[in-house]
Structures are given as structure tokens and as C-alpha cells.
Design a protein around this ligand. Structure first.
Ligand SMILES: Cc1cc2nc3c(=O)[nH]c(=O)nc-3n(C[C@H](O)[C@H](O)[C@H](O)COP(=O)(O)OP(=O)(O)OC[C@H]3O[C@@H](n4cnc5c(N)ncnc54)[C@H](O)[C@@H]3O)c2cc1C
Length: 590
């Protein structure tokens, strides 16, 4: 057992820790890292160090206000990555956000709480990954959740966790989003009360969000690193410290510690751990750190003069993500949130939030959602739906799982000409066929890695995206939305901000639509899979216990380990993975 410490809260000077000795070092205080640190330190006999490159979440007001989340993008709380030029997106580079603070990406994200499809996890188990099927993970999905029902959106409570620490609920809904759910039903999409049940997510429903009863973001940091947890003598949280490499035993067989630095020109300090180093730095930084430390493809490492500790060619490969393309529809005055762009008009909303924790500021901005299959013949039955659909590939995890999502935001995703009122529908590919990769550009931990998600490179993804856009256009033309939208009949001006929102889904040309998608596709920032779990080091990075192949005392526990993509929003699955691993690790120590 390692030493225990009497300090509380956070440490930001790593020099004070070099003589200390820990049982576990967790690298990355993000979504998975907060869960692991909290759960492992429940056992007072284990000493735990959590190392985070960013700062504490506690004074970051923008992170607390659900509606303000987007303000954190491109701020110091974001790693501010960019992709390489995307060949299928007319060579555009895409912003690639990752959270840099305690709570990680879940401190800056859109707060959607989703278990995803049961078959997403059964698919993992079917690949030989014992213990990762839905029946194994469902108890962990519920373990952390503290769901507060909303009488407006009744659900069967038996599928929800109610005794956990992570607050979830159904929050504020704008009328335009309620009406859109009606419009989606009118085109043939079934209304479901809850997408977090064993029945899965197919249908239209209201989003559940991780917002607490005070109307604030309930992030993995606020939920798992509470004041009581931070008071534990066996937990140290080191912030503003980048882990620059993993340290190994002389024969390279065992991870024994880490090196950290506050900045590029700052001194580097070494800290050791006797039991394990657990990487939870996320799907960009965990593989980056493995490669910087000599674990990766030997030829790629050799080119950068990084001494090879273990040849593991799949590190950084299998980059999975969800591409999206926001479509903006002209709305009438008074139905959207665009007035929040005007600081004077925003004051009452913000005052209400500060004083009562209620109102539009508790909205995550994406209030309702549709999940469908792109091969659903009841929805895609028109001649124009990408001809006969022969370009599609069924890449879903099972017959009850989706490959297309459409979310709604009661505001415009892009700056608008006056009058400024827009509703945005966001088609998202939740099971794209294209996969990408990331690699190092140098041996410096301070250089950003090269990120290439290869969005829409497979033509099947373009076919799917076109179906998604056409379906979005059809729902927007529903009678329920007529009083709120101001669509111009059949405008095909492809340069207009309201294109293709104004275009007729039955006559819009495939060529115009494809070109528009190539020029407007972005990411939902759900990257995963870059240190994937598998049954052999020939095709993966970690085994089913998330241990790095061939290295003792080294695990990866974060979104990097997804073997295949979940067909929904990944925060809850990441938390469940971390819950399950914490359970297994603490049982192992007994
Ligand atoms: C803008 C945005 C919106 C999103 N919206 C949603 C949503 O609504 N719902 C949903 O379910 N998912 C959403 N996601 C995705 C979701 O947030 C992530 O999939 C999930 O949080 C990933 O968890 P993680 O533990 O793998 O990594 P992260 O939560 O990103 O944690 C990694 C942590 O490691 C730290 N770190 C990295 N490198 C180092 C290093 N070398 N040394 C020390 N610390 C390091 C980082 O600063 C970070 O805190 C969104 C993501 C983004 C960015």
C-alpha cells in the first residue's frame, strides 16, 4: 500500500509529489478519470493520484450553465484540436473539441445522457469481449445515475438509476421542439417515452440531460469529485499538469510511474505507482501518450526517434466519430432562442437561472431527438431518397439499433442575417462506415497530434447523410411547425444560409445536396476507438480487462477502448465502463 496524504482539494505543484508513492496513478481527470478516482479511493487502504492537464471545474461558471456550454469551445477549457484536411469534405479542416479541465469533455459538452443501444454492447461481447455485453453493463449504467422524474415526460422508473451521484432529468423544452416531435410523428416516426431502456432508442423523444435540481450541469467532476471525496486523505488531485510520458521498468515489461510538467519549459517531475498506471486521457490523448512513451507501431515511432517499448500497431488507429451537418430553417420571431445573442434580452433569462436555477438557461440547446434506421422503408420510400438506396451499407449493431440521428436546437447554429431567428435540425451519422486514425507529428508531448477522422470517405456515409437531411426537411414541413417556421417555397439557392432548409426534399438535387454536405459537415465530437479493446494484440491495444497488451500495470479506461461505435451519445457508456473497471480493480485488490 502506498503512503497517504493529509492535503485536501487540489495540488498544482508536482514537485511536492516526487517523493510520494501511490498505488494508482490515473492520467486524465475527465469523464472516466473522475469516476475512477472517486471509486478507487473509496477504499481507504489504497492511495490514488489523479493527474489533470487542465484546471479545476469549480469556478468555471460557463460550464455550470447548461445553455452556455458552446461558449467553452475554442476557449482555454478546450484542447482546440483541428483535423487534417478532410478529402471527402472538399479539403476542409474541422474543429475537433476536447475538454481540458476536471470533468474533461463532459464539462464542456452538450449534456445529453444516453445509454445507447443494447446491441451496441452485445456487439462488443459477440467479438469475444467477455463482460461487455448489455446485461453486464446495464447495472453500471444505472449505478451512477440519480434520475429525477419530470411529470411532463413520464417514464418507467425501473429502467433508470435513482440512487447514484450523477444527476439526470428532463429539462426545459421550447414549444418549437415539442411541435417538432409532433411533426416527426406525422412522418411516421414512433414517439417513445424514454430512449434509455432495453428497447433501445428507435423513435422520437425528448433528450435526457445531466442537469441537477439546481439547474446546473452535473458533470463527472461535480458528481464524483464532491467536497467529501476531495477530503479523502488517500486521494490527491494534481491539476494544471500534463503527463508527458509513462515510465517503465528497465526491461520495459512494467509501467512504474509517470513524468509530468506544468508547461513546455517547466521542469519535469517523475511520480511512481506500485499497482497501476491508468490512462483516462480520452480518445485523442491516451493513444498520443502511449505513442510518446514508446507503445505504438515500431516504424512510426522509429521515424520520430522514439525508443520502442512495445510494438502495438493499432495504437491511434480505428478512430471512430459521429459526423453531423446542421440544417438551418427560417423561424418566426418569438419561437427560438436567438434573442440570447442580444445581451440586453439575455439578462432576464440569466437572472432567472442565477436566482432560481430554472428557465431556458437550463436547456442544453438540443432538446429533442429522432433515431431511425436509414434502411427504414416506411420513412425512406420516395424515389428521391438517394435513388433506390443501393448505396447504403447496414452498419448498425442490430435490427433494433439506429444509424441516423436528427437532433433539434431551438436556435441557429450559425450567425444569421437579420431578422435572426432559426431552428436547427442536425442529421448525425451514428454508425458511419468510414473510420480514421491519429498519429504523432513529433516526439514532443506539447505538439498536437495529427487527427484524421476520414469523414464521409466511404460513399455509403454520403448516401446515409443525404437520407438524414431529406428526412429533416420532411419533418420541418410538418403541419405542427407551420405557425413557427417561415420557409420559402422550394428555394434552391445553394449559397443561402437557409439552404437546404428552404428546399423541397422531393425535388432537391442529389448533386447540390452532396456538395452542400461536403461544405458543411462537422463533428459531434464523439471520438472513440483509438486504443480499442480486442482479443489479440494483432488487432487491438487493450484486452477485455482494458490492460495494454504485453505491458504489466498499464490500463486504458476511457472512450479510446470502444471496439466499435455506440449508436448514440457516449458519455454515459464511458462512465459505465469506468464504473465497471473500478469495481473489477477494487475486487482484484481484495
Ligand atoms: C463539444 C462536445 C459536445 C459533446 N456532447 C456530448 C453529449 O451531449 N452527450 C454525450 O454523451 N457526449 C458528448 N460528447 C462526447 C463526450 O463528452 C466524450 O465522449 C466523453 O466525455 C469522453 O470521455 P473520456 O473520459 O474518454 O475523455 P475526456 O472526458 O475528454 O477526458 C480526458 C481528460 O484527460 C485530460 N488529459 C488529456 N491528456 C492529458 C495528459 N497528457 N495529462 C493529464 N491530463 C490529460 C483532459 O484534459 C481531459 O480532462 C461531446 C463532446 C464534446 C467535446
Amino acid at each position: 500500500m502506498g503512503a497517504s496524504f493529509s492535503q485536501s482539494s487540489y495540488v498544482s505543484d508536482a514537485s511536492t509529489l516526487v517523493d510520494q508513492h501511490y498505488d494508482y496513478i490515473i492520467v486524465g481527470g475527465g469523464t472516466a478519470g473522475c469516476v475512477l478516482a472517486s471509486r478507487l479511493s473509496e477504499d481507504p487502504s489504497l492511495s490514488v493520484l489523479l493527474v489533470e492537464a487542465g484546471g479545476s471545474h469549480e469556478k468555471e461558471t460557463l460550464s455550470k450553465i447548461p445553455l452556455a456550454a458552446a461558449q467553452l469551445l475554442k476557449s482555454q477549457r478546450d484542447w482546440c484540436y483541428m483535423t487534417e484536411p478532410q478529402s471527402a469534405l472538399n479539403g476542409r479542416k474541422i474543429n475537433y473539441a476536447r475538454g481540458k479541465m476536471l470533468g474533461g469533455s463532459a464539462s464542456i459538452n452538450a449534456l445529453v445522457y444516453q445509454h445507447c443501444s443494447p446491441s451496441d454492447f452485445d456487439e462488443w461481447e459477440s467479438k469475444g469481449l467477455v463482460g461487455w455485453g448489455y446485461s453486464s453493463l446495464a447495472p453500471y449504467l444505472r449505478k451512477s445515475e440519480k434520475f429525477t422524474p419530470n411529470p411532463l415526460y413520464p417514464v418507467d422508473i425501473k429502467h433508470r438509476g435513482t440512487a447514484g451521484v450523477w444527476h439526470t432529468t428532463y429539462g426545459y423544452t421550447h414549444d418549437i421542439c415539442d411541435k417538432w416531435m409532433e411533426a416527426a410523428q406525422a412522418v411516421g416516426i414512433t414517439r417513445i417515452p424514454d430512449f434509455n431502456t432495453p428497447q433501445g432508442s428507435l423513435g422520437v423523444t425528448k433528450f435526457v440531460t445531466f442537469v441537477d435540481q439546481g439547474g446546473q450541469r452535473s458533470s463527472p467532476a461535480t458528481a464524483f469529485l464532491t467536497k467529501d471525496v476531495l477530503k479523502r486523505k488517500n486521494l490527491t488531485v494534481l491539476v494544471n499538469s500534463l503527463t508527458t510520458r509513462i515510465l517503465f521498468s528497465d526491461d520495459g515489461s512494467r509501467a512504474i510511474g509517470i513524468e509530468v510538467a506544468a508547461g513546455e519549459t517547466s521542469p519535469r517531475y517523475q511520480i511512481s505507482a506500485s499497482r497501476e498506471i491508468i490512462l483516462a486521457a480520452g480518445a485523442v490523448n491516451s493513444p498520443q501518450l502511449l505513442m510518446l512513451s514508446g507503445i505504438g507501431h515500431k516504424e512510426e515511432l522509429g521515424k520520430l526517434n522514439i525508443p520502442v517499448v512495445k510494438h502495438l500497431p493499432h495504437v491511434g488507429k480505428n478512430l471512430l466519430d459521429h459526423p453531423m451537418v446542421p440544417v438551418i430553417f427560417r423561424a418566426k420571431d418569438g419561437y427560438t432562442l436567438d434573442y440570447m445573442q442580444n445581451p440586453i434580452k439575455a439578462i432576464p433569462v440569466m437572472l432567472r437561472w442565477f436566482l432560481t436555477g430554472t428557465g431556458p438557461a437550463t436547456s442544453n440547446g438540443g432538446e429533442a431527438v429522432v433515431f431511425v434506421r436509414s434502411d427504414d422503408k416506411t420513412l425512406f420510400n420516395s424515389k428521391v431518397d438517394d435513388e433506390d438506396g443501393s448505396g447504403l451499407i447496414d452498419n448498425t449493431s442490430g435490427p433494433d439499433a439506429p444509424d441516423l440521428e436528427i437532433g433539434i436546437a431551438p436556435a441557429s447554429f450559425r450567425p444569421l442575417p437579420r431578422p435572426k431567428n432559426g431552428m436547427t435540425l442536425i442529421p448525425i451519422l451514428v454508425r458511419p462506415v468510414s473510420t480514421g486514425y491519429l498519429s504523432l507529428v513529433s516526439s514532443s508531448p506539447f505538439d498536437k497530434p495529427s487527427i484524421n477522422p476520414e469523414f464521409l470517405v466511404n460513399p455509403a456515409d454520403m448516401s446515409m447523410m443525404k437520407r438524414g437531411v431529406r428526412l429533416a426537411l420532411r419533418t420541418a414541413r410538418g403541419l405542427a411547425l407551420k405557425p413557427m417556421l417561415d420557409l420559402k417555397p422550394d428555394s434552391n439557392d445553394t449559397k443561402d444560409i437557409y439552404y437546404p432548409g428552404d428546399a423541397d426534399p422531393e425535388t432537391i438535387s442529389n448533386a447540390d445536396l452532396e456538395e452542400w454536405i461536403r461544405n458543411n459537415c462537422e463533428t459531434v465530437n464523439h471520438c472513440a476507438g483509438t486504443a480499442r479493446m480486442g482479443t489479440s494484440e494483432e488487432d487491438s491495444v487493450v484486452d477485455h480487462n482494458l490492460k495494454v497488451w504485453g505491458i504489466n500495470n498499464l490500463r486504458v479506461v476511457d472512450a479510446s477502448v470502444f471496439p466499435t461505435m455506440v449508436s448514440g451519445h457516449p458519455t454515459a457508456p464511458v462512465v459505465a465502463i469506468a464504473e465497471r473497471m473500478s469495481d473489477l480493480i477494487t475486487k482484484d485488490t481484495k
